[in-house]
Design a protein around this ligand. Structure first.
Ligand code: FAD
Length: 451
């Protein structure tokens, strides 16, 4: 890109510009998943909505492919590109809480940690994901699952409004009252319609300790533990988040089966509700204990730090039958040596299912469980084997799958993928929205709705 072109960007743009020859370029182009190694022509860091408008106008005038970045955690690498422009919102971070109205205004480049901290400072919470260096924008625009989801729903269920810059450079607000159809699409397919510069969330009163941790058993007890897990899911209160897991690697322990919980009621209630799980006996480890909510939100930040290679496949499930648990326990033995891999199953339903399926673009509220096959490794020689393992792992769940896919986990790309994620009826509605707001498909680095 010549200096003349860049001079055009600097008109009305107050942010940072990083070019391939700059010393900061390699750090600036990195994204969370080390599998993704792309070389954008330009990385710009706006400081305001006006800067975003200027960057977008420039990109369109130069006919550049546009990637938009918040936390950079997109697993397939949608927030970077080869040769185009990355509009990186990392200078647009910050959260303001109105404790009287229980509302948070979150700038478009903020990370979960900032929202968690600002809300908890007022004994409030927004239900978000479980690794606090994830971006609020990418997580929210796809749905947002987390440990408070059975009590408070998905992150989008607390979303009140977004301010976004649309493909033609307009600044638009979407909420139940303003552009309600666009607001519908933003909640589940939001990366398709514009660059969000600000989110407004409803916050919920939340104080005291949570009871959080994992009970771990040898993998031979997987089926017995799964049975106890199903009971817990069925009988436990909305305050109880539960995850069933099978894993190997990492801390060098042999294959294990586990149940993780976060109980957001009182420690006494938690003790009562978790007694059955903890009474199985002979566990390898029981780390369940009361702790601050913010401590639990940071627990996986270090193990899931930037710079690792990562692959995953996920599915919504109508049930978690014994034969599937048996097959997965068997597949754990095929995780390539040197990698850390496993299956995790999260209980769905309750607050998630209390929002009608047609109310948001997000698809999959009627599932009983979400399940993922996830694998982390560092040696690039294992790339194919690890990707194959995740693919084969989730393929075995196909007979038990229910409608929809969680867009934020979907790593396949292709023209039919978005239809599979949202189902035929919603896909048609999303195409109509895309034609209205982004007919030239400027925002195409996402699970793309083709206009
Ligand atoms: C370690 C890790 C932990 C995770 N944990 C959870 C979890 O607990 N719960 C959960 O639901 N998901 C989780 N995810 C998945 C996560 O929600 C998605 O990867 C999400 O897309 C990440 O958002 P981001 O802003 O960090 O990503 P980015 O890579 O910056 O962006 C992701 C997508 O959003 C678009 N985008 C980014 N910012 C904006 C914006 N301001 N306006 C419009 N579009 C924008 C990008 O163009 C891209 O398509 C996790 C992922 C990782 C890697």
């Amino acid at each position: 890109m010549g200096l003349d072109e860049l001079a055009k960007l600097s008109e009305g743009f107050a942010g940072e510009v990083v070019r391939p020859a700059d010393p900061a370029y390699d750090a600036a182009r990195a994204v969370w998943n080390s599998m993704i190694d792309r070389r954008p022509g330009l990385i710009v860091r706006p400081t305001s909505a006006d800067d975003v408008v200027a960057a977008l106008r420039f990109a369109r005038a130069q006919e550049l492919v546009v990637a938009v970045r918040c936390g950079g955690h997109s697993i397939p690498g949608f927030s970077t590109c080869d040769g185009g422009i990355v509009i990186d919102l990392s200078l647009m971070r910050g959260v303001e809480v109105d404790p009287e109205r229980c509302i948070a205004r979150v700038r478009g480049g903020s990370l979960l940690a900032e929202l968690d901290d600002a809300a908890q400072a007022h004994r409030l919470v927004c239900p978000v994901g479980v690794v606090s260096h994830t971006g609020v924008a990418g997580l929210t625009l796809g749905g947002g699952m987390g440990r408070l989801q059975r009590k408070l729903g998905l992150t989008i269920d607390s979303l009140l409004a977004v301010d976004l810059v649309t493909a033609d450079g307009q600044v638009v607000r979407a909420s139940e009252d303003e552009n309600p159809e666009l607001f519908w699409g933003m909640r589940g397919a939001g990366a398709n319609f514009g660059i969000v510069t600000s989110f407004e969330f409803r916050l919920h009163p939340f104080e005291g300790l949570v009871t959080h941790g994992t009970v771990t058993h040898p993998i031979e007890r997987a089926e017995q533990l799964a049975e106890r897990y199903r009971e817990l899911v069925e009988e436990g209160p909305d305050e109880l988040w539960t995850s069933f897991g099978l894993a190997v690697g990492g801390d060098a322990r042999g294959p294990v089966a586990s149940v993780s919980v976060l109980h957001s009621g009182s420690p006494a209630e938690a003790e009562r509700h978790l007694a059955g799980l903890r009474a199985l006996g002979d566990q390898l480890e029981d780390s369940i204990e009361p702790k601050a909510y913010l401590a639990s939100q940071r627990l996986f930040d270090a193990p899931m730090e930037w710079g690792q290679r990562f692959a995953m496949k996920s599915s919504f499930l109508a049930s978690l039958p014994e034969p599937l648990v048996r097959e997965w326990a068997d597949q754990i033995s095929r995780v390539p040596k040197g990698a850390e891999g496993g299956f995790s199953v999260w209980a769905w339903g309750r607050a998630i299912a209390s929002v009608p399926e047609q109310d948001t673009a997000f698809t999959g509220r009627d599932a009983a469980f979400w399940a993922g096959a996830e694998i982390v490794w560092n040696d690039s020689g294992l790339d194919d084997a690890c990707r194959d393992w995740a693919r084969a792992g989730i393929a075995t769940a196909a007979p038990h799958a229910s409608l929809g896919r969680y867009v934020n986990d979907v790593t396949e790309v292709g023209s039919d993928v978005a239809r599979m994620i949202y189902g035929d009826a919603k896909y048609g509605r999303l195409v109509a929205l895309k034609r209205e707001w982004d007919p030239e498909n400027v925002f195409r680095l996402n699970q793309n709705i083709t206009p």
